[in-house]
Design a protein around this ligand. Sequence first.
Ligand SMILES: [Zn+2]
Length: 524
Amino acid sequence: MFIPKKQFQEVKFMTYKANNKQKQSVSENKKDEKDRVVTSTHQAPLVTGYEVVPLRIKTELMTAQECDRLRLINNRDSRIIKDYLRIIYHNEEKILRKDGKVDKAFLDKLTLTTSRKTQHKLRTSVPHDLKKRYPRCSHDEFIECRDKAIWTYECWKTQQELSEKELNRPRFKKKVPRIQFKGSIGKDRFQVIPTPENTEAKLWLELRDSLNSKRSGRRYHKRLMLPLAYSPYHEKKLILEKIKTLELVYKSKEQQWWAHFTLQYAVPLYQSTHPPAVLGVDLGIKKTAVAVLLTPSGKVIMDELCFIVNKERQSRMWQLDNRIKSIQRLLDTQNNNGQPTKQLNAKLYQLRRRLRSVTKQELGYAVNQLVDFILQLKNSYNLFVSVGYPKNIRKSHPRGSGNKSLRRKLHKWCYRFFITKLKHKLNRYGFESHRVVAIGESWTSKTCSKCNSKNTTRTGQGQFNCHNCNYELDADLNGAKNIGKRLIQYALKTKFNSIWDLLTDDFHPLRLYKCLQPLGQWLK
Ligand SMILES: [Zn+2]
């Protein structure tokens, strides 16, 4: 695959949405206008965001026939998507428009016949007749498959333009589901129906598919009803918020079906008339995160503090890590002696999986704590958050360099996951993306936050000493202060001229500078 799976999941909806926004914008604008007319007197601007809610499909309550139908739909869709991708590769030169996007109309001319007269012509034959190849698929379903194929292709294309290496083209080995839209293409292709009286399944997903239909002589049949695993939290969300898309995913390792819903939420924008403040956050290994609040009352003053450390969980992580290490050693010796290693490999796989889930849990916990802290401060300041992001940390610590155990820990830690999660969570409370800024972390731990001298040492367990002004402080605290200061320096344009010195490129739009205007108060 061309994108790591984790990343793939994260970007999936955001970019896909962006592609489809144009279509929906017309209808949405009309709705927005109506809303404005009704409550135009005192409505704050809204921040919208998307959220994925996965729910397990209870296949144990379904008949074998229904399970078959689900499987057949998935198989057919993935075959169509792969076909579309092949056609795009084959006609790559003609199909791309000037802006680098795929020309959808041209792709339709290659693949889909029309039964009605469109634009003075009736298209009865095309080079790749998909309707003939897949007679049991409706037009809307073709369109959804086409969009997914185009989206994957365009994702690969942008990745390819960014990287120096030649990337592999997207190929799907496993099954790929199409993304089903609610409202935009089909009218109500799927529906969530709550049935509180039913004790076995309190939520049902009603699905309309064209698998059993024939093109000539319409036949209506029973819709596919899928029972969903119930949780009151998710039910509330599904009913209150706007459902946008649905994906039916089969997880082969668990042998289970999942329904992934994307919901759209809208919350009032966070605006504040209070004095501006910057929360510097330093991410680390021993202390998961250290946060310091900087306010412009004369000097940079440390007001509030938050340390996030969970020793139990961390020790559990390192225990697991040690077990993995020992098993890897055993594996090596057994490999050298020519002994069978199947059992050990399975064990290793299991342990790595567990470690991954524990790290994610730990990070999620830390993010929640930090969000709680930020929400406390939000009412008394006009708050900006600057998070230290170690750019290229894995590249700068290659194999065989520096302290081995430290490097191991560094490579385990997922900073990007932390920052994206933090942004996502704060977006729910009306924080726009420019309020949470990822800033390059280089030299922040070695510079004195009081006099900017680099003539410093770290003594003992994270104690920071400056030889220039004899300033003593916790080392992580010093780092967090520096990170906070960097955002202010950036906003005032005092030290850094280029954006790329400071900000990590893919987190931010270029217009960020304008948004930081409230921080100009530091000058006075
Ligand atoms: Zn100093």
